[in-house]
Write a protein that binds this ligand. Structure first.
Ligand SMILES: Cc1cc2nc3c(=O)[nH]c(=O)nc-3n(C[C@H](O)[C@H](O)[C@H](O)COP(=O)(O)O)c2cc1C
Length: 342
């Protein structure tokens, strides 16, 4: 396999740095209004936001969403800082696409993160469509092993591939192939989009393949269509046309709600504070992912990432207090806390 994956990651990061509009500021969560308890009958200090995910205890339901990996000092720094911060704060972390390990073996070091995060949840990542382009079970196993991962994400990004100049766009039979790998891998498989959302039909298809974990990664935050626009030099504006395509994350959560007896949901895509996280849990998310808000701090230091995570935790606990919910079980799927959805 030859591909430009290693350089592309740096181009993506630079596009995000240069263009603040790659974050679409959809503010979809602002349309959900929650109640307020003037008599919460709780002490702020007794709120317990901890939760279990993949058999491990997290201090609150945050996932550092998939971002990087590769043979570059910058991405090694980003991943190391994210892993140190995730371990210190006891939150989950997923790595960016590991395909680059197989085209640039030196990239493996950027994914060997267990030494920095010995106890918390770490999740690997490969592109689902790559199973139609030479990727197989052995490579998925290698991706899990290098990270000593608790699970493996398959990211599904048909929009990104379709607007990318060199995109891999043959998605035929991918659900079957992921199901086949999932049955043999030995760790759970999760499906994710990258910012356009998983639909109810996608979840039904995933469930029929034995997959139980779905990261909706809806629209409203990072737009991969807009990022890819910056990598096109052929005069096409297709990436801009589709920059807001997709299911906004709160809507994707609502569409996925009928599957909650069989599916575990992760909310991501446009979550920007602890209040968005609380709303996601109310709508049925077991975990809440953020990517872009952690990118700049991760370029700086582990401490800068920890500061953002601590802010998010403080906001999450404050919202729980004001809703009169002492723990995650009082919050999860408790739609009575919503007073209005606009
Ligand atoms: C710099 C950057 C790189 C990303 N790389 C990947 C990737 O390699 N694999 C993947 O599944 N998602 C990737 N994503 C998508 C995120 O995991 C997430 O699904 C999406 O950005 C929505 O979250 P956000 O709005 O909080 O950024 C990346 C996001 C960013 C910001």
């Amino acid at each position: 396999m030859t591909d430009p994956t290693n350089e592309r990651k740096i181009e993506h990061i630079r596009a995000i740095e240069r263009d603040p509009e790659t974050d679409r500021h959809g503010h979809w969560f602002d349309r959900i209004l929650l109640t307020n308890r003037a008599l919460p009958e709780l002490a702020l200090d007794e709120i317990d936001p901890s939760t279990d995910f993949l058999g491990k205890r997290l201090s609150f339901p945050l996932l550092v969403s998939s971002m990087t990996g590769g043979d570059h000092e910058l991405v090694r720094t980003i991943n190391t800082n994210l892993a140190i911060a995730a371990e210190r704060c006891q939150v989950a972390m997923a790595v960016g696409s590991q395909r680059v390990m197989f085209t640039h073996p030196a990239a493996e070091a950027s994914f060997a993160l267990r030494e920095h995060a010995p106890s918390t949840v770490l999740i690997g990542n490969v592109g689902g469509v790559q199973l139609n382009y030479g990727f197989d079970l052995d490579q998925c196993r290698r991706a899990v092993d290098i990270l000593a991962a608790d699970a493996l994400y398959f990211h599904l990004n048909p929009l990104q591939e379709a607007v990318q100049p060199e995109g891999d766009t043959d998605f035929r039979g991918i659900a079957d192939r992921i199901g086949e790998v999932g049955r043999q891998l030995g760790v759970p498989v999760l499906l994710k989009e990258v910012g356009a959302g998983l639909s109810a039909a996608d979840i039904a298809l995933g469930l029929s393949q034995g997959i139980q974990y779905f990261d909706l990664a809806g629209s409203g935050g990072t737009s991969w269509s807009r990022i890819e626009h910056h990598r096109r030099h052929d005069g096409s504006d297709i990436g801009l046309r589709f920059q807001d395509w997709g299911l906004p994350t709160p809507l994707a959560l609502q569409q996925a709600a009928p599957f909650l007896d069989r599916a575990t949901l992760i909310a991501s895509g446009g979550l920007r504070d602890g209040i968005d996280m609380v709303k996601s849990v109310i709508l049925g998310a077991s975990l809440c992912g953020m990517a872009a808000p952690l990118l700049q701090p991760a370029m700086e230091s582990a401490e800068a990432v920890v500061a953002v995570i601590e802010r998010l935790r403080r906001e999450f606990i404050t919202a729980m207090f004001l809703l009169g919910t002492p723990d995650m079980s009082a919050l999860f799927r408790n739609r009575a806390l919503i007073v209005q959805e606009r």
